[in-house]
Design a binder for this molecule. Sequence first.
Ligand SMILES: Cc1cc2nc3c(=O)[nH]c(=O)nc-3n(C[C@H](O)[C@H](O)[C@H](O)COP(=O)(O)OP(=O)(O)OC[C@H]3O[C@@H](n4cnc5c(N)ncnc54)[C@H](O)[C@@H]3O)c2cc1C
Length: 456
Amino acid sequence: MSTTFDVIVLGGGPGGYIAAERLGHAKKNVLLIEADALGGTCLNVGCIPTKALLNAAKTYEHAVHGAQLGVRVDGASVDWAELQKWKNKTVATLVGGVGAAEKKAGVTVVKGYGRFEGPGRVTVDGTTYTAEHVILATGSVPVMPPIPGAADNPRVLDSTGMLSVPEIPARLAVIGGGVIGLEFASLFAMLGSEVTVIEMLPEVVPFMDDELAAQLRKGLADIDVKLECRVTGIDGGTVHYETMSGTAESVDADVVLMAVGRRPAVAGWGAEDSGLEFSGKGVVVDDRMRTNLPNVWAVGDVTGRSLLAHAAYRMGEIAVANILDPEAFRRGEIMRWNTIPWAVYSNPEAAGIGLTEAQAKAKGIDAKSVTVPGYLSGRFVAEAGVKAPGAAKLIWDGATGQVLGIHVLGSYASEMIWGASVVLETELSITDLRQVVFPHPTVSELIREAAWAAQA
Ligand SMILES: Cc1cc2nc3c(=O)[nH]c(=O)nc-3n(C[C@H](O)[C@H](O)[C@H](O)COP(=O)(O)OP(=O)(O)OC[C@H]3O[C@@H](n4cnc5c(N)ncnc54)[C@H](O)[C@@H]3O)c2cc1C
């Protein structure tokens, strides 16, 4: 096999594999190096396995709570081993799909841990590969804070361990009320675990608009959320924490999930010795995904700019566009960091894009906002009832009318938010949004309702 390529991609997660595939289709000679399994965190231990389990849990929940709709399921039960099989089968199918897609695109895949030696050079198992361009896409790793009693405690798991826990824990304590923490909390609460979430900050999901984050928290059925509580130590399955007023409290759990966040994987693969500009926050990139080194690009979680798979995809595409055509940025092929949507697949779901009300005001914008409840959507009421948690909030610039943020809480939030991405990408105003026809009955009509409520 030749060791000379047009482009070497280090890391086969969403950022790396999409870049390699797109370059392959553009007839570039590409090498993709992956130490573990293609698909990275997202496919193997992130987005996909969590959603496979969450959907199974929701199916169970529908069976248990179907009686209010007139559907009675006697003896509904969960077989955790079967759920695991479904999750593993789903992951295997999709990982196989990535392998097939790379092959179709003519990408050479090498399995092994790559070491970046500097511009144009990466070594794997003693072989040095060279290329005109290198794309760094090594992802991120879970943060394990130095909480006394956490290290080497078999009851303390990170998200990867939690996905394959041998049985559904009767009592689960989750340290961290961010996206990953709430998704696992919802999953296991739906499956019958007694769940406690301990969060240090005043509200869950810190980047979310305060108003909707508070509604989300209140809607997290059967989950005990402790805010402004700092974990001080873990003793077996007992999590000790201190409340805001300094009171020491504790919760007993069979399993403790450490979900305090992830950090860019910048150590171990050569960043330190290559002159690459990086910090604990990630590899420094511009909006074309260029690093400080010539023809060296970085995409995805390793940049620390957005730790989301779809952001990694887009960063990969931006790097590719600018590799293929150095003038691509003139056509708008740059990362627009303010138009990356996010979704939390908790129960209820939440999703959003753009500025929160507080962020808009902090920027000195004459920001206006309106929030409408979920029950204004006929479909929402027909499927969930008037009392279910749901809302849509719009934030716009009072001076220009331009929509700055769209935030949604409730069923289908993750599926409808792409429409909000179009609104922000194309810089629509609240008046433009009112003229868009939405299908009826859909939950997404809440966004339209909010636009009209803004005028009222
Ligand atoms: C539990 C969980 C749930 C998540 N859910 C969602 C979700 O619903 N939606 C969403 O958008 N995001 C989600 N994420 C985040 C998402 O997984 C990441 O944003 C995404 O995987 C980042 O892609 P990436 O390509 O940057 O890195 P990664 O997916 O982390 O891939 C990096 C790859 O590089 C490889 N690698 C690292 N160093 C080397 C080396 N030196 N040599 C060779 N290979 C190397 C690694 O083995 C890995 O496969 C979730 C994450 C977790 C943990």
